[in-house]
Write a new protein. Structure first.
Ligand SMILES: *Cc1c(COP(=O)(O)O)cnc(C)c1O
Length: 380
């Protein structure tokens, strides 16, 4: 039997055909497929603008730059996330400040955000952990009150939705934020190999994102001086994505609904097979939310057993993972900012018991039954 990995891409013949077409075209990069992919992202999310880049990390970085985050600023994010959510703050020379999580969703707790705001606070980066949207309405309210920018890290959450006043809103629509960031790494909702994007409804931010993607160069000044002219006003990067990748992205986006539907069914099956088990706590989906189910993170009641359970699952070819070691406990963060164990107790308690069971488009019912069968025996 092949090892069941915690996440995996799904590439079909249509994807391959689109990529081959791009390879045979005149454009390998900076061609028409980038705009087409961005337009498709706008259609899928409901946002006015999208800027596709070389990775989710690059997308987070240019979003922070577009937001004007710089030295002496503070930015609030969740401790339970991939380090990239917080590293983008460091890239801008600002200080990452964490706010502890809600016990049930593992998402940043709006009440904790309120306690971390001071005069230096510039932005909030809520992370939709495992694909479950944060309480964006509340976060938006807090941001409005203090004049903060909201950048959603939706790297887990392309395809997720949340309900406001009886209406379902798509993550990425930026109805309650300034920008939303996505990743198209192979384990995420859709893939372009490496890749990412930022969506926004704000034209000024959109224009800044374009500039930071391309060395900080803007060309719209050429009309003043001459057609050859370009100007570098900011320090940007080469974070461009290729047409080859966007060909794959366009084709993958067509399958997004199917992908998310399958993940939701896999999650439901896990819930059914594991419900009523005393030794584990299952991930929740709050009323009014539709998770993208990027992950299926379970909490083992007996934290001391986690290592044994983890090792034995791998011995049985089940590629479980732990998402995530709280960022503030990483040595770099401890050294740079003096963060220590005990600073974010809810996050730390979550981490000690967390184990992510495999969930992705290729997973079959029999595999989920196999995983839960072994998992149940191990946690006893
Ligand atoms: C994957 C991920 C990123 C980074 O995306 P890359 O495309 O790998 O650079 C950032 N934040 C979160 C929460 C992620 O899961």
């Amino acid at each position: 039997m092949k090892k069941i990995s915690y996440g995996h891409q799904w590439i079909d013949r249509d994807d391959i055909r689109e990529v081959v077409k791009a390879l045979k075209s005149d454009w390998l990069t900076q061609g028409p497929r980038i705009r087409d992919f961005e337009k498709a992202l706008c259609r899928r999310t409901g946002a006015r603008y999208a800027v596709a880049v070389s990775s989710g990390t690059a997308a987070l970085h240019i979003a922070c730059l577009a937001a004007g985050i710089e030295k002496n600023d503070e930015v609030i994010t969740s401790p339970v996330t991939f380090v990239a959510s917080s590293n983008c703050i460091l890239y801008c020379g600002a200080k990452p400040v964490f706010a502890d999580i809600q016990e049930d969703t593992v998402n940043i707790d709006p009440k904790e955000i309120g306690r971390k705001i001071n005069k230096k606070t510039k932005a909030i980066i809520p992370v939709h952990f495992a694909g479950h949207p944060c309480d964006l309405v509340e976060i938006h309210k807090i941001a409005g009150k203090y004049g903060l920018i909201v950048i959603e890290d939706a790297c887990h959450a392309l395809g997720a939705e949340y309900k406001v006043n009886g209406r379902w809103l798509k993550i990425g629509s930026c109805k309650h934020s300034d920008m939303t960031v996505f990743s198209f790494h192979p384990v995420k909702s859709i893939t372009t190999g490496e890749g990412g994007a930022v969506t926004t409804n704000n034209k000024k931010l959109y224009e800044r994102l374009l500039v930071f993607r391309n060395h900080g160069i803007s060309r719209d000044v050429s009309r003043f001086i001459g057609p050859w002219y370009y100007e570098m006003q900011h320090l940007g990067f080469n974070y461009r994505i290729t047409d080859i990748q966007c060909a794959l992205g366009i084709s993958q986006l067509r399958k997004l609904k199917t992908f998310i539907g399958h993940r939701r069914e896999a999650a439901r099956l896990y819930n059914d097979l594991l419900c009523g088990i005393e030794e584990a706590e299952l991930p929740v989906e709050r009323d009014g939310y539709r998770s993208a189910w990027h992950l299926y993170p379970v909490r083992i009641k007996k934290a001391q057993n986690r290592k044994m359970v983890f090792e034995n699952l791998h011995k049985n070819k089940i590629g479980v993972q732990v998402h995530y070691i709280p960022v503030h406990l990483q040595p770099y963060y401890r050294k740079s900012f003096g963060y220590k164990r005990g600073d974010y107790p809810v996050s730390e308690r979550y981490y000690e018991r967390a184990i992510t069971l495999p969930i992705h488009f290729q997973m079959k019912t029999a595999e989920i039954k196999y995983v839960t069968g072994i998992f149940k025996k191990l946690i006893r």
